[in-house]
Design a protein around this ligand. Structure first.
Ligand code: SF4
Ligand code: SF4
Length: 185
């Protein structure tokens, strides 16, 4: 008799435990917002301190090579001909196969013309495509471009409307990116 009671007791206990687990699942399923980001159609905001691909303000660069000399993996190549004070640029490239995103190349620049952006999408199936010429690279992320232009992107503006706090956070992020891009700090 005792074993029959144990048998049905175990079944009741198992059903109760399953129902309890499913209620937690159901509660999260119905009340929590989805956390999946549908990359690449959606992306998460990049922290302002993120060290991504470089941009060069070519018109300010004086071809001093201090950035290249500071690079611990020797991945910056610069070629320019000097015609008096005028520079004829041939190459300012970074080999992203070697770059370790250490940011050592930024502080030595005497004219603050090389910066790190929040761009990280550089996946490719070609080694050659991993060498980026900063004289022609225009792949700035919308948020970095907007930061340089001093205005939020459409997505940022929408998020700012949706959440006052979120908007304040985003504005702070934009300000930080702008400061970083402009000062290279
Ligand atoms: S981030 Fe570091 S490794 Fe990359 S180019 Fe600059 S100094 Fe070199
Ligand atoms: S340190 Fe600055 S100015 Fe000198 S070559 Fe590099 S980017 Fe140009």
């Amino acid at each position: 008799m005792g074993s029959i009671r144990d048998y049905f007791g175990n079944i009741t206990s198992a059903l109760g435990t399953t129902a309890k687990g499913m209620s937690v699942t159901l509660r999260h399923f119905t009340s929590e917002p989805p956390i999946t980001v549908m990359y690449p159609h959606e992306t998460k905001p990049v922290p302002p301190t993120y060290r991504g691909m470089h941009i060069l303000e070519q018109e300010k660069c004086i071809d001093c090579h201090l950035c290249a000399k500071a690079c611990p993996v020797d991945c910056i190549e610069i070629e320019a001909e000097h015609h008096g004070r005028k520079l004829e640029w041939e190459k300012f490239s970074i080999d992203y196969k070697k770059c370790i995103f250490c940011e050592f190349c930024i502080p030595p620049c005497p004219v603050d013309c090389i910066h790190m952006t929040s761009e990280y999408e550089m996946a490719t199936d070609s080694n050659d495509d991993m060498v980026e010429d900063l004289l022609t690279w225009t792949g700035l992320r919308p948020e970095d471009q907007a930061a340089l232009d001093g205005k939020p992107t459409a997505v940022q503006a929408k998020k700012q409307q949706e959440s006052k706090k979120g908007g304040a956070d985003k504005a702070a992020q934009i300000a930080a990116i702008k400061a970083r891009l402009k000062k290279g700090s």
